[in-house]
Ligand binder design. Sequence first.
Ligand SMILES: [Zn+2]
Length: 323
Amino acid sequence: MKRVLLAMTLVALALPGPATGARSRQAFDIVPLGVKGGLEEGETTAWYIASAGSRRGVACDAGTLVPGIRAGIRAGAFGRGAKVADVLHDRIGAYLITHAHLDHVAGLVMASPDDTAKPIFALPAVNAALAADYFNGSAWPNMADRGPAPRLNRYTYRDLVPGAPPVPIAGTGLNVSAFPLSHGGTVSTAFLIRSGADAILCMGDTGPDAVERSGALALLWTAVAPLIREGRLRAIIVETSYPDPRPDGQLFGHLTPRWLHSELSRLADVAGSLAGVPIVIGHIKPDLSGSDTVERRVMAQLAEPGGPEAHYIQAQQGQALHF
Ligand SMILES: [Zn+2]
């Protein structure tokens, strides 16, 4: 066990290496704003993603905003002298919401009265849920531009159509396309975020195709395989909610290390080696012990044989990653 943990630690500490000699400069700056799959309100899922060196990026999910921004500032992830308001108002130029579950949107709702005007990019079903369930004048004032009056129009819903060309995100140098995921009966999303020729995949909650009786991940893997073969997919952000063993009937639309290994094996079958694509793990569901036992079990199981050769990185709130 000790050896497994040591191997896991070494993998986690290893800087993501380029897949090919052509890929030397970094393309993306990531600040995990929240990496947990529930329970801890100030740490639920959100990722700040920007083109490397850019002052403005996006939040892929917004389960936590202000506490995550504070953690990033404390860790120096936003540079010297950064202020919470600057990050919230200026550096987050848009929201990409994978699905409307509370642990992915609570920060957006809570911060909205103090936020600046910006777009929310999501699949139509996800924007419809935000409008119906949160910004509806009942659960919360309608801060957006659809649904019951009065509409405060701070946020502008931007529907993304699967299969459509990538959509530019103003002011960020990024563009985005959306792929539906199956999440236990809820529509979830993988966002393929591009900066020039490079891309990063920010995946929302998802179950394995075999359990979901879905072809969503197979379609996604086929779509991103060419980017991997060309050394242009810089990282995959993906959930692993529960450690193994866990009965398939108790997955609730999520992955375990065994199932992530299985899905990444299918990706490797179409894309070739994943050795140059860091796999960033988030959304591990904590328990009430307050310890990191669950996280350590998940990361140790991912480091065990069973999947393709890959670097698994345990994201830590506020700790910047560069790919
Ligand atoms: Zn969810």
